[in-house]
Design a protein around this ligand. Structure first.
Ligand SMILES: NC(=O)c1ccc[n+]([C@@H]2O[C@H](COP(=O)([O-])OP(=O)(O)OC[C@H]3O[C@@H](n4cnc5c(N)ncnc54)[C@H](O)[C@@H]3O)[C@@H](O)[C@H]2O)c1
Length: 257
């Protein structure tokens, strides 16, 4: 038995990378997993799995309604599905529009859709946990200059905007026993990072990266705090520093009370 045994956990973007690590670790902790991804490999996750696009409102409804039909509740939502590609204000106009639909709609609209759909179920349950996945571009290592900027305006805008969801939901859902936090990790070994770095990757660089399992461990610690645990917080995980749940700050402002 663990603190999470029997809880129903919905993970978006669970076919690979961080999402796969979250789903696998939560399964190990005794959770019943519901997973969605637009890649077929999501079916390798043990649990109820869906191949679908998180940008689509019908996806959120289908997955959340399916989770409730099978398990009767949702206790945990991890809004992890995300995409990045090089973008900036000098881009071709149509490329910018297409990138917006791909990046902002996946990272932000997907989190909005799943958060809203799952929150309604959690309110009925009388509690739950929502964890949004950000980036260290939003919450950099204290004392270090912001980085990851100047080449990905849409990715950064989408991740900054998630702060608004984290803070606002933490406040409005507190009375329902629902905690809402975000994890902002730095470079973590995944297909996303390897594709982004391309030919610039070196063995030394890869050795410095964090692993998805390290973030999954912090996720479990966060969820295991129980109903009186932290809410409205951004948790930072940074390359070169031992990951710790105590590296956190309020998501934009102090919560009332
Ligand atoms: N890897 C890093 O260094 C790093 C750092 C900071 C934040 N993050 C964030 O962590 C999250 C996971 O990233 P990752 O590194 O594991 O990337 P990844 O590309 O390895 O995995 C992302 C998963 O999300 C899925 N996905 C993307 N768009 C989708 C959509 N519209 N609908 C359904 N599924 C979709 C992909 O198919 C993929 O399986 C992302 O939100 C990312 O922004 C990653």
């Amino acid at each position: 038995m663990t603190a999470l045994t029997g809880q129903v956990a919905l993970v978006t973007g669970a076919a690979q990378g961080l999402g796969r690590a979250f789903a696998n670790r939560l399964h190990t902790e005794g959770c019943k997993i519901v997973a969605v991804d637009r890649r077929e490999a999501v079916h390798d996750v043990v649990g109820l799995t869906y191949v679908a696009d998180v940008r689509d409102p019908d996806t959120a409804r289908t997955v959340v309604d399916g989770a409730v039909a099978k398990h009767g509740r949702i206790d945990i939502l991890v809004n992890n599905a995300g995409v990045v590609s090089p973008t900036g204000p000098a881009d071709d106009w149509q490329k910018g529009l297409d990138d917006y639909d791909e990046i902002v709609d996946t990272n932000l609209r997907g989190s909005f859709l799943f958060g809203r759909a799952a929150a309604a179920v959690m309110i009925e349950n009388g509690g739950g946990n929502i964890v949004n996945i950000g980036t260290d571009h939003v919450f950099p290592l204290p004392g270090v200059d912001v980085h990851g900027h100047g080449a990905m305006d849409l990715y950064n805008a989408s991740k900054w905007a998630i702060n608004g969801l984290t803070l606002d939901w933490a406040i409005s859902l507190k009375e329902h026993g629902i905690r809402v936090n975000a994890i902002h990790m730095g470079a973590t070994d995944s297909e996303m990072l390897r594709t982004w770095m391309g030919d610039a990757i070196t063995d030394e660089m890869v050795a410095s990266w964090m692993s998805p399992d390290q973030t999954a461990e912090i996720l479990v610690q966060l969820l295991s705090e129980g109903p009186t645990g932290r809410t409205g917080q951004n948790i930072g995980l940074w390359v070169g520093r031992e990951p710790s749940i105590s590296d956190s700050t309020h998501a934009g402002a102090r919560l009332p009370g």
